[in-house]
Design a protein around this ligand. Structure first.
Ligand code: ADP
Length: 699
């Protein structure tokens, strides 16, 4: 039986562990002073325990570190008294007992050190890549990106020269960015001759092939003599070449990426084995440059587009400004002309208004206020009925409706002004017609013709009085001349007889003139009433022809009546007088042996529109083959004392009143009269009378 072994105390156990631990253990107080160390620690620091105790730990480290802020785990370098450095990894536990900290340290092995160095390099590269990538993403300046890349690559690879070489389309190229150590010759902006960059190399690079040459002179490198010579000039001993390919999408190329250039690292001091990590880094950077190139190209296109667009926009802006100023000018001119128009409209002694198709006033001048005693607000936008009252509106309504149908209407009426005086007004409605013949409204022009009416009345009265006074002596002169002509009062010499005949003819003419003046005046003043009844057109025509037959025969003129008979509502005597008048003119102006044709027809319809087109009319026509009437006189001959040729009165014995009387008679029947003519081919005089049809007929 084994002797009973005494189990160690916990304290002795911990002391043994502390003493034999392969890990170096250091206990620090709060002031970073060493209070306890184990054997492994003494070995690691290379000093005896007594030399360590009570010393500040930082004294044994390569760099002065503030231990209070050191992380829990990290690497540090220890300096042994003999000057030897040791890379160690430590871990720290604070306050294992109040105010005491535990530090355990372990020396790192060679492979660990190498791995860490590799890791650091890797991290550095990753950082560089991230940094360059970020720059490429952020910067839009290609030159800056390329320079950053060569600078960083040179540092990280510890290469003697790093450059970016741009390939030109003609096979040559040039170094456009460079980072080179000061002791070596710069290659920046040097153009490479075509021989040093032959087509087969270019082909390979275009496919993305990387070339890593450890020794340019070795047989493996298989470089052409001229290329080696070229490299000697720049002291190149080893080189690493990575193609920079530009994205085909940005470059509009269909077949793959385009070889834009090369990222090249040179080693000039010695030959160099390029490591995989280095190749990889160069490759990644070349890819990033490719992206940057595409971005730059896009940016360039964008800038061009922006510039183009800016030019267009500024042109458009200029045009717009011009347009605005033109429009403002036009508006100002319009306002000015509107103001002037308003001034003119207000200054005129006539009523001017615009009435829309719903019969509302849309414009009126100031005369409305003065004449009618209405304010602008009482007129504007008000219906005609409201402005004029029921009675007056009923009076003007037919004319308004005619205007809104698109016809110009003129009428006269009397109106009491606001001062109580009566005035005669002449009113004209002119329709406002827009495209597609749509009537939008009408312009109403009303002028005060009271003065003219008064003068006309005075003139008529004067003529009437004078004519009456002339008629009696004229009749007795005429009778006396007739008696003298019989020779009962003694015979006259042939010269005396001739004089007597002239006196007789002229007196007859004077009698006719006085009769005509009186006729016209009577009809115009309405002192005689038309005795209208149903009349056969044929009877009227025959009667007129019979009256004029003798005269016609004297002139050798045939009077021809066209067939056709209708019934019209007319004063027989006056219509016969009208026809006689027209026949007398036709005979007067016809050449010898010609014919005058008289007709009455229902068709063709009268040339001029009747305001009341529901009533059918018969058109009388008297056609001759005479000298004709000029176009510009066709209207005026219906005015009083109007003759085409002033000698007509002498030659033809006319008075210039016949057609004026005819017009009064025809209009008194609700008809119209007009003439059509071809110069030197003859004239036709037309007039219309209302036809009696169906139950209206009483014959
Ligand atoms: P007058 O008594 O002068 O004929 P009217 O009023 O009847 O007066 O005619 C006016 C003028 O019209 C005539 O003077 C003449 O110049 C012209 N006229 C009228 N009828 C004819 C016609 N049939 N042919 C040519 N001219 C005519």
């Amino acid at each position: 039986m084994a002797g009973k072994q005494k189990s160690p105390t916990k304290k002795s156990l911990f002391e043994a562990v502390f003493k034999h631990s392969v890990e170096a253990i250091v206990i620090l107080n709060n002031c970073d002073r060493i209070v306890e160390v184990n054997l492994a620690a003494c070995k690691l620091f290379g000093v005896k325990k007594k030399d360590l105790l009570d010393r500040v730990i930082a004294d044994f480290l390569t760099s002065t570190l503030d231990w209070q802020v050191m992380p829990e785990r990290a690497e540090i370098k220890i300096r042994q008294p003999q000057g030897k450095m040791k890379l160690v990894e430590y871990s720290q536990v604070r306050d294992i007992l109040p105010n005491y900290n535990l530090l355990t340290l372990r020396e790192l092995s060679n492979w660990q050190r190498a791995a860490i160095a590799e890791l650091n390099l890797h991290n550095q590269r990753a950082e560089l890549l991230a940094e360059v990538t970020l720059k490429i993403r952020q910067s839009l300046h290609l030159k800056e990106i390329l320079q950053t890349t060569v600078n960083e690559v040179q540092k990280i690879l510890q290469a003697d020269r790093v450059l970016i070489y741009q390939v030109f389309a003609n096979g040559t190229g040039m170094s456009i960015s460079e980072a080179v150590l000061p002791e070596f010759k710069p290659i920046l902006e040097v153009e490479f001759p075509e021989e040093v960059f032959p087509e087969d190399y270019r082909q390979l690079y275009s496919q993305g092939r990387i070339r890593a040459i450890a020794d340019v002179r070795s047989a493996d490198a298989n470089l052409a003599e001229c290329l080696i010579e070229f490299m000697d000039e720049w002291q190149i001993k080893a080189k690493l070449i990575v193609p920079i390919l530009q994205n085909s999408q940005a470059h509009n190329e269909v077949n793959g990426d385009r070889l834009w250039g090369l990222l090249i690292a040179h080693q000039c001091q010695a030959t160099r084995e390029w490591r995989d990590g280095e190749l990889e880094l160069m490759q990644q950077l070349a890819n990033q440059i490719g992206i940057a190139l595409s971005q730059a190209e896009l940016l360039e296109n964008l800038e061009e587009l922006v510039a183009e667009r800016t030019v267009k926009l500024s042109q458009a802006n200029l045009n717009l400004e011009q347009e605005i100023s033109d429009r403002l000018e036009a508006e100002a001119a319009l306002r000015h002309s509107e103001e002037q128009l308003r001034l003119i409209a207000n200054g005129l002694p006539v009523l001017i208004a615009y009435v829309d198709k719903k019969q509302h006033y849309r414009f009126n001048n100031e005369a409305y206020q003065n004449w009618l005693g209405l304010s602008p607000t009482e007129i504007y936008n008000s219906h005609l009925l409201k402005v004029h009252g029921k009675e007056e509106y009923q009076e003007i309504q037919p004319y308004v409706e005619t205007a809104l149908k698109g016809e110009i209407v003129t009428y006269e009426r009397d109106l009491m002004f606001q001062d109580g005086s009566m005035h005669s007004l002449n009113v004209t409605y002119i329709p406002h017609i827009q495209e597609q013949d749509l009537v939008q409204g009408f312009f109403a022009l009303t002028s005060d013709i009271s003065d003219r009416k008064a003068i006309e009345r005075m003139k008529d009265e004067f003529i009437s009085v004078v004519s009456h006074e002339l008629r009696t002596p004229l009749t007795s002169i005429h009778s006396s001349l007739k008696i003298l002509a019989t020779g009962k009062l003694g015979s006259l010499s042939s010269k005396g007889q001739r004089m007597l005949q002239i006196a007789d003819e002229q007196t007859e003419r004077l009698v006719r003139l006085v009769n005509n003046v009186l006729d016209l005046q009577r009809i115009q003043s309405g002192t005689i009433k038309m005795n209208k009844q149903a009349c056969h057109t044929r009877e009227l025509i025959v009667e007129a022809v019979q009256t004029m037959q003798t005269l016609a025969q004297e002139q050798g003129i045939r009077l021809l009546i066209e067939p056709g008979d209708f019934i019209v509502w007319a004063d027989r005597d006056y219509i016969v007088q009208t026809l006689t008048n027209l026949l007398s003119n036709a005979i007067k102006f016809s050449p010898l042996e010609s014919a005058v044709v008289i007709s009455a027809v229902t068709k063709p319809q009268p040339k001029k529109l009747h305001s009341n087109s529901n009533i059918s009319h018969i058109t009388f026509a008297v056609q001759d083959r005479g000298q004709g009437i000029p176009q510009d006189r066709l209207e005026s001959i219906f005015e009083r004392f109007q003759q085409v040729d002033s000698s007509d009165s002498r030659k033809k014995g006319g008075t210039g009143l016949g057609l004026a009387i005819c017009r009064q008679i025809v209009e008194g029947h609700g008809g119209q009269i007009w003439a059509e003519s071809c110069w030197e081919q003859g004239s036709t005089f037309y007039f219309t009378l209302p036809e009696l049809i169906g139950s209206d007929r009483h014959d």
